[in-house]
Structure formats: C-alpha cells, structure tokens
Design a protein around this ligand. Structure first.
Ligand SMILES: Cc1ncc(COP(=O)(O)O)c(C=O)c1O
Length: 393
C-alpha cells in the first residue's frame, strides 16, 4: 500500500485491502481475510472470479496466439461477433478495449452516419442528466455529471443534456443539428436510476419521427446483468447502436460497439481502428463467458431469481429502517439502496465484516455481485447491513 502511494497516480480512493485471489463469489486479501464480493469488479465478474471455463479458454488461447494485428482475420473475434449478433438486435460489431472506447466509437459512428445520410452540420448528441459514459474526453463530454467534468474544460462540443425520464425536455432540445440520443437503459454510476414506464419506447418513437439514432450504453447493464443478455430486451425498445464492456470478457478487458447494418455501413476502411481491440486473448475469454452465460439459461435464470430475492430482502430492510433508507431500485443483479446519509462508512463497516459493497453518487449503496450469487450469500450481506443499520439508527 505504501508503494502504491509512491508509484501510482492518486486517481482512486482505495479501501485498505490488497486482493490476491478470487474464486466464485469470494475474494481473499493478502492477509488471508475472506470477502464475499458484491462489487464483482463493478459489474464485471459476471460468472464469478476465475470461472473455470474462462480460465481454460484464456490458457488455451495464450498458448496458441496472443496478439496479431487487425490487418488479419482473427478467429475468436469472428466467433464472438457472431455470438453477439445472433443474440441481439444488431448486425455488426466493432471491438475495442473498454467502455469509454465503445462509447467513443458509438459517438463517431453516429456522427459519421448523420453526415453520410443527411447534413454536414448534424452532429449533436443528447444525453441524460446523471448519466455516465466514461472518462475519455468525448465520453466525458457526453457524461452529464458536473463532478466528473470539472477541471477538464473545454470539453468536446456537440453534446446536450436533458433530465432523465423527461420526454418533453428531450423533444424541446432536439434541433436540426441533432443526430442521436444516447442513454443508459438503467443509469448505473448515476445511482441505479430506472427508466419510467414507457420512457425508452417513447424515446425510440421520437428518434424515429425525427430521424435520429438511438444509442443504448449497455456497458454496465449488458451481458446478463439485469437478467437478460441486454437490458433493452426488458423494455421492448431496440436501439440502433449498443455499447458493451464490463461483463463481456468475464474479467478480461474488452469493449464492443454493436450496430444495425444500415448504421454500421458508415464505418469503412480507415474510419475507425484500435490496435488491441478484438485481440485473440480477450475474445477467447469473451466467447467462453457468453457461451457459459447462455449455455442452458441457468445463470440468467439465477440472476432473475436472485435479483428478486435480493430486492425483497432489501425492501424488508427499508421497512425496518425508514429513517435511513429512502428507496430500493434496480433490476436483476444491478441494485441500489438510496440512503438518507453518505454510504462510505457503511461500505467500510461491511468490508470489516467480510463483505465488499460499493457506493455511488455519495449515498446509493450499489450491489453488482457475480450472477452466480446464491440466497445464503445475500442473507449474509443482509444480516451484516442490518447490524450496521441498527447501530446507526
Ligand atoms: C454506462 C457506462 N458507460 C461507460 C462506462 C465506462 O467504461 P470504462 O470504465 O470501461 O471505460 C461505464 C463505467 O462505469 C459505464 O457504467
């Protein structure tokens, strides 16, 4: 920990825990302490830590081929693209290495499509207050949260922001310069905010009426997190472009931007590229992750069942501690508990008791465990929270 202060930039507010090993729902510190992991790399470790099939896929691929340029065809990349296309409403995939990069690719594709098909001055993208789309400059410009943007101005121009769930504000903000609307189907970093009933469908309708593309940033909601492979499936609303990362590689860094054919056609040779995007190793891990997720539907089914059980248990806590808990929100295993106070001390107390949880937006406890979590894990966390809340109230 001392060395980290010396050698690492001070960009993260880390807990005083050194994690060395993980298996399933559990991780272990360098002191041997065991933790139940309800953070899951913030919605990354969808199959749990070091899932056997992902590890074997990585080992096999590492022995065969680690990296070649995208100047050549790469089998695991094509296999992964086919899996994503066959299980989504999209037709083509561009691979990159992170969520922010997937968002950058989506922004570029939306602008290019608008320029190819309409007017040269159509480039604006509308996003929602409370959104989070990543830390690179354009993704940050799309992100409508002042705390992340402060200090980095001037940001990239061409982004407008409207309140989430406010259809009229969206209608009023569209101009002849608008080319797309980009939303997280469920806001993650913004505090696990659900879309209002019918909101995403109405946004789709407006986009159709006004000739705009609809981008769903599913970096956090995607890959089974909400109980379906993609969150858009819950809302009967198909986007034109989807961004993915986090859970896609089952713990290995990979991002993807998926689009319908008519939009994807605007990316041609030389329009966009990345050296490592879609490399053999990360694609082999992602293929194993998605095949395992879809294998017999068991994991997605577990996510839905455990999500409901978890939600009920959190609601019970809310009843018991009305002065501490404002609301429980979320879907599947992307759940949030909004508190009347800041959550950091609760996060620390949970870690002391051997459970890792996360807090976002200052006062929203966020739970994004591996999708293999079982009732007894949830019961343990609830007992720990109950004890902590009892001491606080
Ligand atoms: C919805 C959403 N988009 C984009 C990002 C950025 O992803 P990354 O941190 O991989 O760049 C995140 C990260 O939390 C996210 O939740």
């Amino acid at each position: 920990m001392d060395e980290s202060k010396k050698y690492l930039m001070n960009t993260y507010n880390r807990a005083p825990i050194v994690l060395r090993k993980g298996r399933g729902m559990k991780v272990w510190g360098s002191d041997g302490k065991e933790y139940l992991d309800f953070v899951g790399g913030i919605a990354v470790n969808c199959l749990g830590h070091c899932h056997r099939k992902v590890v074997i896929a990585i080992q096999k691929q590492a022995q065969r081929l680690l990296h070649v340029s995208n100047l050549y065809y790469i089998e695991p990349q094509i296999k992964l693209a086919r899996l994503l296309v066959e299980h989504s409403c999209t037709d083509k995939v561009f691979f990159c290495n992170s969520g922010a990069e997937a968002v950058e690719a989506a922004i570029k594709l939306a602008r290019k499509y608008a320029k190819d098909h309409t007017a040269l001055d159509k480039y604006e993208i509308i996003t929602a207050h409370g959104s989070f789309h990543g830390r690179t400059l354009a993704a940050l410009s799309a992100t409508a949260q002042e705390k992340f943007r402060k200090g980095f101005e001037p940001l990239v121009s061409g982004f407008k922001h409207v309140p989430f769930n406010d259809i009229n504000a969206l209608k009023k903000t569209i101009t002849r310069h608008t080319c797309a609307v980009m939303l997280e189907p469920i806001q993650g970093e913004g505090g696990i905010k659900m879309p209002a009933e019918g909101y995403l469908r109405q946004v789709r309708q407006i986009c159709d009426d006004r000739g705009l593309l609809l981008i769903f940033d599913e970096v956090q909601t995607g890959i089974g997190r909400t109980g379906k492979l993609f969150a858009y499936e819950h809302f009967n609303t198909e986007p034109d472009i989807i961004t993915l990362a986090k859970g896609l590689g089952g713990g290995v860094a990979i991002g993807a931007m998926l689009a319908k054919d008519y939009v994807a056609a605007s990316f041609q040779h030389g329009t966009h590229a990345t050296t490592f995007g879609g490399n053999p190793l990360s694609c082999a891990a992602a293929v194993a992750t998605i095949e395992t997720l879809l294998e017999d539907g068991f994991i997605l089914d577990n996510c839905r069942r455990m999500g409901k059980y978890f939600m009920k248990s959190l609601e019970r806590l809310k009843k018991d501690f009305p002065s501490l808990i404002i609301e429980i929100r979320g879907l599947g295993l992307m759940l949030g508990m909004e508190l009347t106070k800041t959550g950091s001390s609760i996060v620390n107390s949970c870690a002391d008791r051997g459970v890792l949880i996360n807090c976002t937006s200052g006062n929203v406890l966020r739970f994004t465990p591996p999708l293999i979590v079982v009732e007894k894990d949830i019961d343990y966390l609830i007992d720990v929270l109950e004890d902590i809340f009892a001491r606080l109230s």
